[in-house]
Design a protein around this ligand. Sequence first.
Ligand SMILES: Nc1ncnc2c1ncn2[C@@H]1O[C@H](COP(=O)(O)OP(=O)(O)OP(=O)(O)O)[C@@H](O)[C@H]1O
Ligand SMILES: [Mg+2]
Length: 256
Amino acid sequence: MPSSQSPIIDVSHLSATLGERQVLTDVSFRVYPNQVTVILGSSGCGKTTVLKHLIGLYPIRSGQVRIMQQELAALDEPQKQQLSLKMGVLFQNGALLNSITVAENVAIPLEQHTDLPPDVIQDLVRLKLKLVELEHAAHLLPSELSGGMRKRAALARAIALDPPLLFCDEPSAGLDPITMAALDELILNLKHQLGMTIVLITHEVPSIFRLADRIIFLDAGRVVFEGTLQEGLQSGIARIEEFFRKGKGEGMPTRS
Ligand SMILES: Nc1ncnc2c1ncn2[C@@H]1O[C@H](COP(=O)(O)OP(=O)(O)OP(=O)(O)O)[C@@H](O)[C@H]1O
Ligand SMILES: [Mg+2]
């Protein structure tokens, strides 16, 4: 049971102001190991901002964030670097470098952060591409891939260093339902086969049902619910009911 396990991420009273705006207010939640935790809520509610605090892109100015028992605000640069190697990130746009092949993209973290010889790196890249079912596309340029393939290539790069923690910000944005389901399947495999802990931001209700062990529901920068998906659905919280009824967050911009 989650409550008896120690969390891999523990956020307490995180508040954040960006520019003039208070974007997060007293945000507290936990993420437990080997689970998929989905952060959800309407567009602009602060999901990506939470993620950016967790991965160290924004400094913690108010409140506390502990990841793998380490207090983020207390880490020096080398310690932050060390921790960031344990966290894979698939960004909202899944940006790959366009001038190099898929295999070269996946090799980048291995070349930058390990002393492994080139042939071992090649083997690891092949293994990761196999995991996302892209072995056949290793030699292609990102521009030669479909949207779904590009997401999978970015996923292979995000897990190149076998991070125990993986963050995905709307990995399925812009994908058709079948491609989306296949990507969800891959994410589930990472949890089951590699024991990864996954923090997923998504608006996609079918993905939430397929993947979520727990949900964190944000509204206007505050956590309105934290618990299992089932508990969330039965919570009687109007914002949650509305979210699931409409299938998408309110005011969702269309993405390409
Ligand atoms: N750098 C910034 N400076 C000022 N305001 C910002 C900045 N980044 C985000 N915001 C504001 O913070 C709020 C939350 O943004 P965030 O990107 O976290 O939303 P989100 O929940 O990820 O939305 P979406 O579902 O559309 O991706 C928004 O109102 C946004 O305008
Ligand atoms: Mg976002």
